[in-house]
Design a protein around this ligand. Structure first.
Ligand code: SAH
Length: 372
């Protein structure tokens, strides 16, 4: 039985693995080879309807919609930052809002993808955490974000990198994340390189081990503290997996020889931004193939947390670099549209420009998916 069906009982075809799709088709009386044809129509040609699958016989094109549904996210709007960053707002079939952020850089176009509606991790500094967890996104919803955005990019432009750093804790939604990543990586589907995909986590230790065993993608860990007490104060997950256990796990992970674990470190003024913090951090990371990404806190009205002055962040970085730790400071992107780290989940759809016609009919009806 497929895990995901629409309320009308049809199978959510975009949430199936290739093997599951093959089994489903065979059960309907199809030859096995048809699975690859359908798969390519879905992921390479990005079709919205079975009618468009023109190398299938008419009989099959008519038969498939009674069993499967091609679901899409409903585009609600897009906000464009003065720095070129764009935040896309979507509704799921149930009308829950999620967001993806597209960040242009010199030679990259990075998409920051959401994996859950809300988040259960409740990190004290993060606005997405205020929502709590509404639900896990399905594989199809995680794949639809880059897929639907790629359709509206100008000729010659494509998403080069994907970071699972949008709303949610990706490893809390492990099975759906991995199912989606397999489609990202499949050369018959989105065909992305594992070097260009990064999964970011608060540090769910067992899932981190499992992920690195299963897939070769990059791993980022939100460390955000230099002592156990400090981390417990802002990241409740530390009570379940201590920082020590987390770092020991990172030390032992079978990281590919030309990969490094990224440690994200949100810098909060007067809390974790001193040179003593930098010194502790350098010591903690000894022996781990790692690099540090400092993220100066993105201030917001609902928190009394301040971003450290630029020279404080620079001094912190300098300290680490002189101790042999690779370290960069993440530039803030999309601040004016609340698309920056930790700011997802609050946008009011009524304030944004539409990037497609208003939502039509039900999102379960593949024949009427809105066009971006
Ligand atoms: N749950 C995963 C994926 C989200 S990534 C994780 O925590 O890694 C979002 C990143 O933004 C995390 O590194 C988080 O620590 C950081 N962040 C959250 N709120 C922030 C804020 N206000 N300013 C800067 N970074 C923030």
């Amino acid at each position: 039985m497929p895990r995901f069906t629409a309320p009308d009982g049809r199978v959510d075809i975009k949430s199936l693995s290739f093997d599951e799709l093959t089994e489903e088709l065979v059960a309907l009386g199809s030859e096995r080879f048809r699975a690859l044809q359908v798969w390519k129509w879905l992921w390479q040609h990005k079709v919205r309807t079975f009618e468009e699958m023109t190398n299938l016989s008419k009989v099959w094109r008519e038969k498939l919609p009674s069993h499967f549904v091609i679901q899409e996210l409903t585009p609600v709007g897009v906000l464009t930052s003065t720095d070129g960053t764009r935040k896309f707002l979507w509704h799921t079939a149930e009308g829950q809002q999620i967001e993806s952020v597209l960040i242009p850089d010199e030679d990259r176009l990075t998409l920051c993808v959401s994996t859950q509606v809300g988040c259960a991790m409740a990190c004290s500094f993060c606005l997405t955490g205020d929502l709590g967890l509404k639900r896990h996104l399905k594989p199809g919803e995680i794949i639809n974000q880059p897929l639907q955005i790629s359709r509206i990019l100008p000729e010659g432009q494509r998403i080069t990198n994907v970071v699972m750093m949008g709303m949610g804790e990706p490893l809390h939604n492990y099975d759906n994340l991995v199912a989606a990543l397999r489609v990202y990586l499949d050369e018959n589907a989105l065909g992305m390189s594992h070097r260009r995909i990064t999964v970011s986590t608060v540090g769910l230790v067992p899932a981190m081990k499992k992920l690195t065993d299963e897939l070769p993608v990059n791993l980022a860990v939100s460390l955000n503290a230099s002592t156990e007490e400090q981390r417990r104060e802002v990241m409740p997950i530390t009570k379940k997996y201590s920082m020590q256990e987390l770092l020991e796990t990172c030390r032992d992970l079978p990281i590919h020889h030309h990969k490094r674990i990224t440690f994200e470190y949100v810098m909060m003024a007067g809390f974790n931004d001193s040179i003593e913090d930098a010194a502790r951090l350098a010591k903690l990371l000894r022996g781990i193939r790692s690099k540090v990404n400092l993220i100066p806190y993105n201030e917001n009205p609902s928190r009394d947390i301040k971003r450290p002055a630029a020279d404080v962040a620079k001094a912190f970085q300098h300290y680490l670099v002189t101790r042999g730790v690779q370290c960069s400071i993440r530039s803030t992107r999309g601040k004016d549209i609340s698309a920056a780290c930790g700011q997802l989940g609050k946008a009011d759809p009524s304030t944004v420009a539409l990037f497609g016609p208003p939502p039509v009919a039900t999102a379960h009806d593949s024949t009427q998916s809105p066009r971006e």
